[in-house]
Design a protein around this ligand. Structure first.
Ligand code: ZN
Length: 366
């Protein structure tokens, strides 16, 4: 097949380069005007980034790479399809990211790709780490009631408390927290909610939903979930999500220590209640959870059991209530990683403490 004129985006800079693409049975070779080879892609790894509709340019990607080749002359599509057997298979997980971009021009799509895949996550990580921890802690404190209220049935957030339940929770929390270096002190509370989840806000505010205590088969399951949330807090993941979604004016205000006026808090509530962590963030929090549990001498098998029960849940109505599936997506890989990393076998607390924790929201007499 003959050479085709195209534009090349390496995905690492915003630059676009005029290139010639040679599409052959052995390789797809991308060369610039000076004949420098910029990329060599095996044909079976070449895929269309979006379905080309209405004569839009063909956008090609390779494997999991961020580089793109954009071909304006769509007449080569049939030849491409013959040579590249996987051309029309969208990459798993990419559909969601790319669908809205398909409406834009190819140039806008390629620079948006760069922004979504490289620049924003990087900038968000940087921004989150440069916010002073004290400011983040104040922000979390200011937002926690509104966020807790979002998950409760009534008008006001209900933080559960009972003398023995409080002791059980704080004893377990101390045991876990003593294993890590924290950017700020953690506040770990149970809120009354019909949803199975646990939630970490910026600034170390951790909420365990009462229905999660109900769903848990034992205190080691709760310890595993808490250790995972502590991992998110240590790495300031909630702040990263917020930084990725908040406008730059909000972030600059935060950097200067301004959380007044309510708009920052409002934005935080808006962006965090439905936020899901990335796969990488989940992996990091799991790795921390395993270290925390092992260091505290608590059996991680409970954490694996919790995962496996979530993974096995097929009833879609129940899945909705198991919000933990959406915010911390369970996978076989996560389950397997935790399973093979367990070194401790101790209990998280006594049976009496577990009963007290389970009843922390209950109104039965002690
Ligand atoms: Zn998570």
């Amino acid at each position: 097949m003959s050479d085709v004129a195209a534009r090349y985006f390496d995905g690492e800079s915003a630059r676009q380069i005029d290139v010639v693409v040679q599409i052959g049975p052995q390789n797809v070779v991308v060369r610039d005007d000076a004949e420098n080879v910029l990329a060599v892609w095996p044909p079976d790894e070449v895929r269309l980034v979006v379905k080309p509709v209405g004569g839009r340019p063909l956008q090609l990607a390779h494997g999991k790479g961020v580089a793109r080749v954009v071909i304006a002359d769509t007449s080569c599509q049939a030849a491409l399809e013959r040579l590249c057997p996987n051309l029309n298979k969208l990459r798993p997980g990419f559909r969601e990211v790319w669908r809205p971009i398909a409406l834009w021009t190819s140039v806008a799509a390629a620079s948006a790709a760069f922004l979504f895949l490289v620049a924003i996550p990087f900038a968000a990580k940087q921004a989150a780490q440069s916010i002073p921890p004290e400011i983040e802690a104040r922000l979390g404190e200011a937002a926690v009631d509104q966020i807790a209220r979002f998950f409760t049935v009534g008008d006001e957030a209900v933080y559960c408390s009972s003398p023995q339940g409080d002791v059980a929770l704080s004893t377990l929390s101390q045991r876990l927290v003593s294993q890590v270096d924290l950017p700020y002190p953690l506040t770990i509370r149970v809120i009354e909610s019909p949803i199975v989840n646990a939630f970490t806000l910026p600034g170390g505010q951790i909420l365990v939903f009462s229905e999660l205590l109900e769903f848990a088969d034992g205190p080691e399951e709760v310890a595993g979930v808490l250790a995972h949330e502590i991992g998110h807090a240590v790495r300031r993941h909630p702040m990263e999500i917020f930084a990725a979604n908040a406008g730059s004016a909000t972030l600059i205000g935060l950097l200067l220590g301004d959380i007044s006026g309510g708009s920052v808090v409002g934005a935080l509530v808006q962006f965090t209640v439905r936020a899901a962590y990335t796969r990488d963030a989940e992996r990091e929090a799991d790795a921390d959870a395993v270290d925390i549990l092992n260091g505290a001498g608590i059996d991680g098998a409970g954490f694996v059991d919790f995962f496996d029960r979530l993974l096995g849940e097929e009833d879609s109505r129940l899945r909705d209530a198991l919000a933990v599936i959406n915010t911390h997506p369970p996978t076989d890989e996560r389950s397997e990683f935790v399973r093979k990393s367990i070194t401790a076998s101790g209990a998280a607390m006594s049976d009496a403490q577990w009963q007290a924790l389970k009843n922390i929201c209950g109104d039965e007499e002690d």
